[in-house]
Design a protein around this ligand. Structure first.
Ligand code: HBI
Ligand code: FE
Length: 295
């Protein structure tokens, strides 16, 4: 493992996240996690019922995503051949490393921001090892293996997006020193989790939070809803609050993945200084001059 900053102690982290997710204890088993919060995937421990649930989740998404997800996602997902059951992270990591130098690391669930950013900065994507229960088929609070693997990993096969994710990780480590973490979390939320991209055929989805969800795939591209679809401006995004437990009220749209990379390359320090003097914008804001991109 490459050099890593000191991570938050296990107890402090578990207490913090338990507090944040209003007391609900974390699902994962953190006992065997190493200092980078990495565990073994233990692929043999998955039950047939879990593989069957994975197939059902996968099948539901594949009924929704063609024509709505971006080609970069669909092409990579097809090559990953993960429809038959919960995949082995090791096997995928070999293909992913060959494509963009990224690897999957197995984690018990949510991990401290510092450790999370450290992994991204070193081209390691943390994927949760446990799968949701059948009762959580339509909605789950914490990211599980379906959200992390199905939603996030295919996009890491795209070289420009893969570079953006590493840049984001490095930016996260800096943001922690500058008190910019809350702002930067919004950029992650509105791009990596809920981002849309403009194509010749119309808007398409690249955000993992939508790609791995049931209802939001159709909703985010439906004309005439109260949600906004506006061109991504980094500083505007950093200032905008987001929704945790409902469909997004704003979707930020990029022209291409290079816009993400170029937008994240500059030093964000001046952005954070300016934003600290401003109020955050409500999630449904439309500022004068902003154009709605989904008629
Ligand atoms: N941990 N395993 C995991 N997965 C995430 O997506 C994740 C995390 N810890 C922190 C976090 N995301 C967010 O705070 C990011 O905005 C950093
Ligand atoms: Fe996610």
């Amino acid at each position: 493992m490459d050099t890593i900053a000191t991570t938050v102690s296990n107890e402090d982290f578990l207490a913090t996240v338990a507090e944040k997710s209003d007391g609900a204890a974390l699902r994962g088993n953190y006992e065997k996690a190493d200092e980078h919060y990495v565990v073994e995937q233990d692929w043999d421990s998955y039950t047939e019922a879990e593989h069957e649930l994975w197939r059902k989740l996968y099948q539901r998404q594949m009924e929704l995503l063609p024509g709505r997800a971006c080609d970069e996602f669909l092409d990579a997902l097809h090559k990953m051949d993960a429809s038959g059951g919960i995949p082995s992270f090791e096997r995928t990591s070999q293909d992913l490393f060959a494509a963009t130098g990224w690897r999957i690391v197995a984690v018990p669930g949510l991990i401290p921001e510092l450790t999370f950013f450290e992994h991204l900065a070193n081209r390691r994507f943390p994927v949760t090892v446990w799968l949701r229960t059948p009762e959580e088929f339509n909605y789950i609070v914490e990211p599980d293996v379906f959200h992390d693997y199905f939603g996030h990993v295919p996009m890491l096969f795209n070289p420009v997006f893969a570079d953006y994710m590493q840049l984001y990780g490095k930016g996260g480590l800096k943001a922690m020193k500058l008190g910019g973490l809350d702002y930067l979390a919004r950029l992650y939320w509105y791009t990596v989790e809920f981002g849309l991209i403009k194509t010749n055929q119309g808007l398409r989805i690249y955000g993992a939070g939508i790609l791995s969800s049931g209802g939001e795939v159709e909703y985010c591209l439906k004309p005439g809803t109260t949600s906004r679809h506006i061109r991504l401006d980094i500083e505007r995004c950093l200032q905008t609050l987001y929704k945790i437990d409902s469909f997004q009220e704003t979707y930020f749209v990029i022209d291409d993945f290079k816009q993400l990379f170029d937008g994240t390359a500059p030093d964000f320090t001046p952005y954070y200084e300016r934003l600290k003097q401003l109020d955050a914008l409500p999630a449904n804001t439309l500022l004068p001059g902003e154009v709605e991109l989904l008629p």
